[in-house]
Design a protein around this ligand. Structure first.
Ligand code: NAI
Length: 289
C-alpha cells in the first residue's frame, strides 16, 4: 500500500524504537506525530528527525485519556486524518515476581497495557470514521511469545497487547484496518531510564535492590539491534500487512517450542469431537495462517 502523504501517530515516538519507527515512516513519505511524555526526548528527536513540516512533536502521557484525545485532535488539526497508530510507549521493569508491589504492577500495566488501550479507544474510531483504511501496530516484545523468567509483569502486559492485535485483526480487516503485533528482541534504547517518568503516587517498589544488582552486572547493549534496523523492519511489516512483526531470528527455537507445547497439550490430552471441530474451526482460525 502507499503510505505517501498519510499520517502516523507514534506514542513513545521520541526515543529508541519509536524514534526508529518514526524515521522509517518519514522515509516512506508519511507525516509523523511523535507523542511522548519526556520534553527532553521530544526536543532531541525533533532535531534528529529533521523532518520539518512533516513532523509534529506532541507532549503526551499515554495513561491520561483527556491528553490522548487532545493530542489526537492536535494531530488532526495539523495533518488531517490519522491512518496509522503505533502504540509504542512503554516502560521496563524486571525482577523476581514475589518482590513486586501493587505499585510495580500498576505502573507498568498502566503505561504498557493501559496506554495501548487508550490509543485504540481514542484513535480507532477516527480511522474507521474517515473510511480510507489504516493500520494499528502495538509494540509488544518477543517476551510475549517466549517466556523469560523474572519478567512477569512486563511480559504479561506485552502478551496482552499481542492478544489485542490478534483479536482485532479479523474483526477490523474487513473494515480496512490492519492490526499488527510488533515483537522485538533486544534493541538499543533508553528503556533503562524508565524510572524517570514513574509517577510519585506509584513510587513504592519492591525492586530497588534488584535494580542495583542489575546495574552492576554490566551491559550487552552493543549486541542489540539499532532503532533504525527495527524501524525499517516495522515499515516492511506494515507494507506486507504482517500480523506478527518479528526482528530476532535467535528466538526461533523458543517460538517453535511454545507452539509445539500448546499443540501437544491439545493433541495428547483431549478427545476429538468432530461436531465441535467443524463448528469452532472457523471461529478460532488464526488469521495469520
Ligand atoms: P525508550 O525508553 O528509548 O523509549 C520509550 C519512550 O516512551 C520514551 O521516549 C519515553 O519517554 C516514552 N514514554 C514512557 N512512558 C510514557 C508515557 N506514559 N506516555 C508517553 N510516552 C511515554 O525505550 P524503547 O526500548 O524504545 O521502548 C519502546 C517500546 O519497545 C516499549 O513498549 C518497550 O516495552 C518495547 N520493547 C523494547 C525492547 C528493547 O530491547 N529496547 C524490546 C522489546 C520491546
Amino acid at each position: 500500500q502507499n503510505l505517501e502523504g498519510k499520517t502516523a501517530f507514534v506514542t513513545g515516538g521520541a526515543s529508541g524504537i519509536g524514534l526508529g519507527i518514526a524515521k522509517a515512516l518519514l522515509g516512506a513519505g508519511m507525516r509523523v506525530v511523535i507523542a511522548d511524555i519526556r520534553d527532553d526526548h521530544l526536543a532531541a528527536a525533533t532535531a534528529e528527525l529533521a523532518g520539518g513540516a512533516s513532523v509534529l512533536a506532541v507532549k503526551l502521557d499515554v495513561t491520561n485519556r483527556e491528553q490522548f484525545a487532545a493530542a489526537a485532535d492536535a494531530a488532526e488539526a495539523v495533518f488531517g486524518r490519522i491512518h496509522l497508530l503505533v502504540n509504542n510507549a512503554g516502560v521496563g521493569l524486571v525482577g523476581p515476581t514475589d518482590l513486586a508491589t501493587f505499585s510495580d504492577w500498576d505502573w507498568v500495566n498502566g503505561v504498557n497495557v493501559g496506554g495501548a488501550i487508550n490509543g485504540v479507544v481514542t484513535i480507532l474510531p477516527r480511522i474507521l470514521a474517515h473510511g480510507e483504511g489504516g493500520h494499528i501496530v502495538c509494540t509488544a516484545s518477543m517476551s510475549a511469545l517466549v517466556p523469560v523468567g523474572g519478567t512477569t509483569i512486563y511480559s504479561a502486559g506485552k502478551a496482552y497487547v499481542t492478544s489485542m492485535m490478534e483479536c482485532m485483526r479479523p474483526e477490523f480487516e474487513p473494515r480496512g484496518v490492519i492490526c499488527s503485533a510488533f515483537c522485538p528482541g533486544a534493541v538499543q534504547s533508553n528503556i533503562a531510564e524508565s524510572g524517570k517518568t514513574r509517577p510519585a503516587e506509584l513510587a513504592d517498589t519492591g525492586y530497588a535492590e534488584a535494580d542495583k544488582r542489575r546495574q552492576a552486572s554490566g551491559s550487552l547493549t552493543h549486541l542489540f539491534q539499532t532503532k533504525e534496523e527495527v524501524g525499517e523492519r516495522v515499515l516492511q511489516g506494515i507494507l506486507n500487512d504482517e500480523l506478527y512483526i518479528l526482528t530476532h531470528h535467535e528466538f526461533l527455537e523458543g517460538v517453535r517450542e511454545r507452539g509445539e507445547a500448546t499443540t501437544l497439550a491439545v493433541q495428547d490430552h483431549l478427545p476429538e469431537n468432530p461436531e465441535y471441530k467443524a463448528t469452532f474451526a472457523m471461529l478460532f482460525r488464526n488469521p495469520a495462517i
